[in-house]
Design a protein around this ligand. Structure first.
Ligand code: CP
Length: 327
């Protein structure tokens, strides 16, 4: 087992399957072990959160541990992550000291750090998350980085398994219009985990909104990519919607906003599109903008599993924490 939990592809199918089994045991109450007794875990949030923050805090508590929440630039000092820079700007502390001090107190560090969406070639390498990993001796848990959100994708896989059983499903990941470009961590991680779990994956997005080429190549042959949102829904068992920004417009938000305007009325999950599916479940990581990404009629329908999906964050994260720190 890896020291860290950074990306699902660091883990084999058997290891992911085992994490899902453990999560299901925590959920049913079959397991109530407290492997974090006497241990503290730092949760470092560079960005806002409801689900990740609350579920990690509760999960650590339920495993017997103590969560320590830190918000660089707010409740702790602003942080520099680049090596060799002259720190005469607005950053007060270097990650090199931050991490090495913190690990004298805690047994693991969770990190949330979104893409700034300014420089694609740099941000696609996940520089801040990797700096944490480079300097830390304790396990690092990715709570959503510029490129990946593996805790979310594991909760997504648990939700699909609970609702539809363990077999191969036709899983559709679709882009939707949103007023501003968003990071692509969630779609990247969902696509990766769906492929790892052996699902038939369809990714639908408008021209120019491709995910990372290297990531797409890593998905293997069971992925189909289309620019046609209507036909993508045909026969789907799962509809997973998320908006993301175009790689070509990183650093140029206004151009992305102008380009995506043409997709506003078409790229939304509505009742008509859902009627083309095989009674698909509807999924979104939340938070979601109602009647922008998805209509009220769909998110409030029996097909919608978004609240169970959010609950599953708690159970999978307990499984991850127990596996990394329980030994
Ligand atoms: N899905 C998710 O990560 O939610 P938060 O941003 O609220 O943590």
């Amino acid at each position: 087992m890896n020291k860290d939990f950074l990306i699902s592809s660091d883990f084999s199918y058997a290891q992911l399957d085992s994490l899902l089994e453990t999560a299901a045991r925590y959920k049913t109450g079959a397991s109530s072990s407290t492997p974090l007794a006497g241990k503290s875990v730092a949760l470092v949030f560079f960005n806002p959160s409801l689900r990740t923050r609350a579920s990690m805090q509760v999960g650590i508590y339920e495993l017997g541990g103590n969560p320590v929440i830190l918000e660089p630039g707010s409740t702790s000092w602003t942080l520099e992550h680049r090596d060799g820079v002259v720190m005469d700007g607005d950053k007060t502390e270097h990650l090199k000291e931050f991490v090495r001090v913190l690990e004298r107190y805690v047994s693991a560090i969770g990190v949330r750090t979104f893409a700034e969406m300014k420089d694609w070639e740099t941000e696609r390498t996940d520089p801040i998350l990797n700096a944490f990993e480079r300097y830390a001796g304790v396990p690092i848990i990715n709570l959503e980085s510029a490129m990946h959100h593996p805790c979310q994708s594991l909760a997504d896989m648990l939700t699909i398994r609970e609702k539809l059983g363990a077999g191969r499903k036709r899983v559709v990941l679709t882009w939707a219009w949103h007023p501003k470009p968003l990071p692509m961590a969630v779609p990247n991680s969902f696509a990766l985990a769906a492929a790892q779990m052996g699902h038939d994956l369809v990714i639908a997005h408008p021209p120019g909104y491709d995910l990372d080429e290297e990531l797409i190549e890593s998905l293997g042959e069971s992925v189909e990519i289309t620019n046609d949102i209507d036909s993508a829904f045909d026969g789907a068992d799962v509809i997973y919607v998320k908006s993301w920004g175009s790689k070509q417009f990183y650093g140029n938000t206004d151009q992305d906003i102008a380009t995506r305007a043409q997709y506003r009325s078409k790229w939304i999950v509505d009742e008509e599109k859902m009627s083309r599916t095989n009674d698909a479940i509807f999924m979104h990581c939340l938070p979601v903008r109602r009647n922008v990404i998805v209509t009220d009629g769909v998110i409030d329908s029996p097909a919608s599993v978004v609240i169970d999906e959010a609950e599953n964050r708690l159970h999978v994260q307990k499984a991850i924490l127990a596996r990394l720190l329980g030994g």
